[in-house]
Structures are given as C-alpha cells and as structure tokens.
Design a protein around this ligand. Structure first.
Ligand code: GDP
Ligand code: ZN
Length: 361
C-alpha cells in the first residue's frame, strides 16, 4: 500500500493538516500515528489507517515528563512505536485541537475527558426536567475547549407540537442563533436530519444527563445495538451492567462519534442547583432508612423503596437516581483500578482482541 492511500485513510479518522503540522514541528514524523478510540484502566485502544491495536504509556518511553493532562484520552492523536503486531508504546500526544474538560466543583482541578471534537451535542429530553441553565453550563464546557455546541431535544414523542414550539422559543430567546435538532427514538423523527447534520471526518460527542437518550440515539445512528441502554428493572431497581467508558464509533456516513462523557464526568452535579435538587426528595427519604449506608435497592426498612411502592415516589426519578449513582460509583472505581493497570494489561489485551473484530471501517 503506498503512503498516499494510507494518508487518506488517516484523514477518514479525523486527521488533518493541524495534526500533521504539529507532528512535524515536534519531530514525531518517524513514529506511527494513530487515534485513541477507547481507554480502559490505562490501556488505550488505538486505530490507524490499517488496523486497531493496543497501546500503553510507560514512564520511561514517553518523550516528555508527564503531567496528568499529557496522558492520552479518547480522541487524541498519538505517536507510537509498535512492540509487536498488536501492542504499541505511546511516545507522545499530538497537540489537541479542542478539548472537553471535567471540572471538579469547589476545587481548582480539571481533567480532560475527550479531545479533538468538532461538535458537542447537548441533549435534553423534553418530557421532564427541561433546564435552560443546564444547557448553558454544557455550552460553557464546550466553549472552554473550543468545541462548537448544538442542541438536541430528544423524546419529542412525549409532548405535543405546541409544547415543543414553546420550548424551542425558550431556547431561541436564551441562546439566539444556535443549531438545534429535535428527535425521537420512538417515532424516528429527526434522526435523518441528525445524520445529515453530522459530516464525514468530523468528530461529535453527546453531552447530557443520564437518561436523556444518548445511548439510544447513538445506537440509532449506528444502526445496531452496540451500546447498552440503561433499562432499570422496576422490580429490583437494579440497573443492568452498563459501562461508562468512553468509546469512539464510526458511522456509515463517515462521521465519528465519541460516546458519553456522563453528567458526573463533566462535573455538573455538585455545583448545579438544577441537577442536584432533582434528587432532593430521594436524599430526604434516604435519611429515614433503617440502615445508614442503605443503597435503596434491596434493604429492609428502606424508605425510598417504600415510597416507590406506595406511588409517592416517581419510578422514573428513582431509576435516574440509581443510574446516576451507579455511574458515579463506576467512575470512582475506575480511578482506583488505574493503580494496577499493568496487571490488567494482559487481561485487557485478551478481551479487546475479541472486541477489535467488531471494528471494521
Ligand atoms: P442515556 O442515559 O442518555 O444513554 O439514555 P438511554 O439511551 O439509556 O435512554 C434512557 C431511557 O429513555 C431508556 O428507557 C430509553 O428507552 C428511553 N428513551 C430514549 N430515547 C427516547 C425517545 O426518543 N422517546 C422516549 N419516549 N423514550 C426514549
Ligand atoms: Zn434506603
């Protein structure tokens, strides 16, 4: 295969002059270049024109001293050296064109969660909990990192045309000239419009609270059930196992999608009255539970479950609460697990080899 064909394909993954220029300036032209498509416990799945493989950062081999923000994240372009057919070592991260950062409320700390995104879709579901302030906060996150925001109003099957118009008016009054698309995963309204909006070689992400329909939308875009949606059994309240690991997907039309920087991860919950007050009711009920560390899922003497049973607590609100809690716990766990990432490397390789077969582009 000649270099020219090769290059065109890298561009299909989002590569462009900006990255090439920096690669040359940094003297990284001798290394292979690939894009990070997922990260799991400190191991990266990366993709280049030819194939998917795995990469790791090792202290010794990285070309500069690392601060936290220098570590690769999903969306990054990395310069690597292959150690064998399926494994590589990261030598550098190319400068990022745009970044999405998570903010820790009250602390002066941030963490980069995804990079090189062209458009951030801010999703709200129109049926409940429609909140212009929250949209604005997501806009600010996009803005900070140089990412263009656009709004998706989802679940329009659940409200009338008049109600939808009213919400659109509110959005226009507040945000002026912003791109927006209205969608439903039930009636499929707006999905073609969304697909057409997303163009080849551009990278998109979906920002929004848990439950607004991000996974469902991405599945529709992909045309297959790749991401698990988070149904919660009304009986036990236990969510099915879901993953909050970010992952990059390639749509049939050549657009690139990064899944799910969840609400916790963009740091909205603590600081935003709109979001946390959503669960005030549950938090208050929880104070009356028999056990102080009640998870409100199966314990006897749980006031949350009894409110749910008697109909005093809305099932959907409860489901969202459990979902968000699980997301948070998953995130905390991931941080701990990073400590033994080396031990995990072999295991991940094994699992990912199976996975990679799915990735044809
Ligand atoms: P995520 O947490 O943002 O990824 O949301 P999910 O995709 O998991 O969806 C949460 C719930 O909303 C699921 O029960 C979906 O079936 C439901 N849902 C998603 N999109 C729509 C929609 O357009 N209309 C309706 N009525 N329900 C939807
Ligand atoms: Zn409880």
């Amino acid at each position: 295969m000649d270099g020219n064909t090769n290059k065109i394909k890298l561009e299909d993954l989002g590569y462009n002059f900006f990255f090439e220029d920096n690669r040359n300036k940094l003297g990284l032209s001798e290394f292979l270049i690939a894009r990070v498509t997922s990260e799991h416990k400190g191991v990266y799945k990366i993709k280049d024109a030819e194939t998917d493989y795995l990469a790791k950062v090792t202290g010794k081999q990285m070309f500069t001293a690392l601060s936290r923000e220098d570590y690769p994240v999903v969306g990054d372009w990395v310069a690597v050296i292959k150690v064998d057919k399926e494994q590589a070592v990261v030598r550098g991260v190319l400068p990022r064109k745009t970044i999405l950062k998570r903010k820790y409320s009250g602390k002066n700390k941030t963490q980069i969660i995804a990079t090189n995104i062209d458009v951030a879709f801010v999703i709200e579901s129109v049926d409940r909990d429609f909140n212009l302030n929250r949209i604005e906060r997501y806009f600010a996150i996009a803005d900070d990192g140089g990412v263009k925001p656009a709004i998706i109003l989802n679940k329009i099957d659940l409200i009338s045309k008049e109600e939808l118009d009213e919400k659109l008016t509110q959005i226009k009054n507040r945000f002026g000239e912003v791109d927006f698309i209205t969608t439903s995963n039930v009636t499929n309204e707006g999905l073609d419009e969304l697909k057409n909006y997303m163009t080849k070689r551009k990278t998109y992400c979906f920002l929004g609270s848990s439950g607004v329909g991000k996974s469902s939308l991405i599945n529709k875009l992909l045309g297959e059930n790749t991401i698990e949606t988070k149904e919660i059994s009304s009986y036990t309240g236990r969510g099915k196992h879901t993953t909050t690991t970010r992952e990059m997907y390639f749509l049939g039309n050549g657009a690139i999608v990064i899944d799910n920087p969840g609400i916790r991860e963009v740091g909205l919950t603590d600081s935003s009255e709109g979001v946390s007050s959503l669960f005030d009711e549950i938090v208050a009920l929880g104070k009356e539970c028999k056990f102080i560390d009640c998870t409100h899922i199966h314990e006897p003497g749980c006031e949350v479950l009894s409110a749910l049973e008697s109909g005093n607590l809305d099932q959907e609100k409860y489901s969202n609460y459990i979902r968000l809690k699980e997301e948070t716990e998953h995130y905390e766990m991931t941080k701990l697990e990073k400590r033994d990432k080396d031990r995990q490397f072999g295991k991940f390789i094994k699992n990912t080899k199976k996975d990679i077969k799915r990735y044809k582009y």
